[in-house]
Design a protein around this ligand. Structure first.
Ligand SMILES: Nc1nc2c(ncn2[C@@H]2O[C@H](COP(=O)(O)OP(=O)(O)OP(=O)(O)O)[C@@H](O)[C@H]2O)c(=O)[nH]1
Length: 308
């Protein structure tokens, strides 16, 4: 996909930036904010992002290729271990690392120390410069910010400790400025009109998964995978027909996702269809099925099918 003209034209600041950090820190929110569109799914529940999602931010003078990664956490289950592996692997492939933490809630000292220890262990031996981003400052009492920034600067040789609200956008310009200082001069790796390397098929499955995350309680989200059975564009009708399956781990979960008289599944479908229509810029007919595949998240073969 690299255009030879990009190599011939004036070099720009360009390179790969991984956004890493604990689950729920706001990594996908920052990615979507910088892209100006939703590529990576977001929910208030931890461990929403499962794969590595690539988003490309373009400007006259730069191209930042962002990698949104699954949350870093102590993982026991095969799916979670895969997620952390994916996140850690990206650290070796990038020019800059943005390590994001949620600072909105004061933590007991012991918990904060524990988290900091984990962060330093993860960053140990990483070659790329690391910017620490303190996210959700919109929720933080202002007087807590400066001492916190000082504390973190003393913790690790970060190439900057920056406050941010990925939700409101406050602080994003400074983050981008700092990234540009660290990115090498190079070509545009992706055409300017390509915001992600993910397929529309993958993104559609992710959108359905997001709606399950948002619209169901407690245990369901973590037991949900979404597969796309068919994805057909009808150019004359300007419509896309998508057949997708929501895969669950246990029979008992089926009723929750389908709901009384199919109501829950219907609301998942409607919400997902609207977002997919926005993404594709045309009408969508979305058909959803619910299937049980016992303990799929521990089934290495199925994880492979899902692209892990
Ligand atoms: N108030 C506030 N909320 C935020 C901010 N950034 C993210 N959030 C919220 O925090 C929650 C988690 O955001 P995500 O972007 O899904 O977090 P993530 O780090 O990608 O999460 P994982 O996929 O679990 O790794 C969502 O409910 C966001 O709306 C922020 O700056 N301020």
């Amino acid at each position: 996909m690299i255009d030879i003209n990009d190599f011939l034209s004036e070099p720009i600041r360009s390179g790969m930036v991984a956004i890493v950090g604990p689950p729920n820190a706001g990594k996908s929110t920052l990615m979507n904010y910088l892209l100006g569109q939703k590529i990576s799914i977001v929910s208030h529940k931890p461990q929403t992002t499962r794969n590595r999602i690539l988003g490309v931010v373009n400007d006259d003078k730069y191209q930042i290729v962002l990698l949104d990664t699954p949350g870093l956490h102590k993982a026991r289950q095969p799916l979670n271990r895969e997620m952390v592996r994916i996140a850690m692997e990206s650290l070796n492939e990038v020019d800059v690392i943005v390590y994001m933490i949620d600072v909105s809630l004061p933590l007991p000292e012991k918990v904060e120390q524990e988290k900091n220890k984990e962060m330093m262990e993860q960053m140990e031996g990483v070659a790329a410069p690391v910017i620490l981003v303190l996210n959700k400052v919109d929720l933080l009492e202002k007087e807590r910010l400066l001492p916190m920034m000082k504390r973190y600067s003393e913790l690790f040789p970060f190439h900057g400790v920056l406050p941010l609200s990925a939700l409101t956008g406050e602080g994003t310009e400074v983050v981008v400025e700092e990234l540009l200082k660290l990115l090498p001069l190079g070509p545009r790796y992706f055409p300017e009109d390509v915001p992600t390397d993910a397929s529309e098929r993958f993104l559609a499955a992710e959108i359905v998964r997001e709606k399950v995350f948002i619209l169901t309680g407690q245990e369901i989200p973590y037991s949900t995978a979404v597969t796309i059975e068919s994805f057909q564009d009808d150019e004359t009708k300007k419509m896309t027909t998508i057949h997708a399956t929501i895969v669950l781990e246990r029979n008992s979960q089926k009723g929750i996702v389908i709901g009384k008289g199919g109501k829950k599944l219907k609301s998942i479908g409607t919400a997902a269809r609207k977002d997919i229509e926005k993404m594709l810029g045309q009408k969508v007919l979305l058909k959803l099925w619910v299937k049980v595949r016992k303990d799929w998240s521990k089934d290495e073969r199925f994880l492979k099918e899902l692209g892990f």
